[in-house]
Design a protein around this ligand. Structure first.
Ligand code: 5GP
Ligand code: ZN
Length: 135
């Protein structure tokens, strides 16, 4: 399969590897939002979070936590964002599931998620009920 992250996982393309276990592989993002920006991917090719089985999902989030700790300690970050873009509409460019770990610093002026929308009358309750039925 022609997937850049599969190629990184199996060593066909070089990367700045940070961590590896049975499920996951972590490396530095080549085009970082901040220095130390890391990616964590499942070793097996899945497109999005919803395509992972529970075992892989648990393995992945444990690795995210471990690598995030490393990133924060190493960069002396004041905070960190964990981001996952799922599907093209959400900004996913590499169609191999991955978490971003981005170290953040006071006043770094990175804008990750402006929230500007408001619910109309009854809408909050409607969304709550619609989503709950599908969880
Ligand atoms: P997405 O938009 O799919 O959530 O993010 C993909 C990320 O992968 C981007 O931040 C991009 O910089 C990173 N990326 C793309 N190609 C490569 C690569 O060949 N090596 C590394 N280390 N990162 C990559
Ligand atoms: Zn892949």
């Amino acid at each position: 399969m022609d997937c850049i992250f599969c190629k990184i996982v199996n060593g066909e393309i070089p990367s700045a590897k940070l961590f590896e276990n049975a499920y996951c592989f972590s490396f530095l993002d080549i085009n970082p939002a901040a220095k130390g920006h890391a990616l964590v991917v499942p070793k097996e090719h899945f497109e999005t979070l919803l395509d992972l089985n529970d075992e892989n999902a648990i393995g992945l989030i444990k690795a995210v936590k471990r690598v995030a700790k490393g990133v924060v300690l190493a960069t002396k970050a004041d905070g960190y964002n964990i981001i996952m873009n799922n599907r093209k509409a959400a900004g996913q460019e590499v169609m191999h599931a991955h978490f971003h770990i981005i170290p953040r610093f006071e006043n770094d002026a990175l804008r990750i998620s402006p929230s500007t929308k408001k619910y109309g009358d009854n809408e909050l309750q409607e969304y709550k009920e619609k989503i709950m039925k599908n969880v």
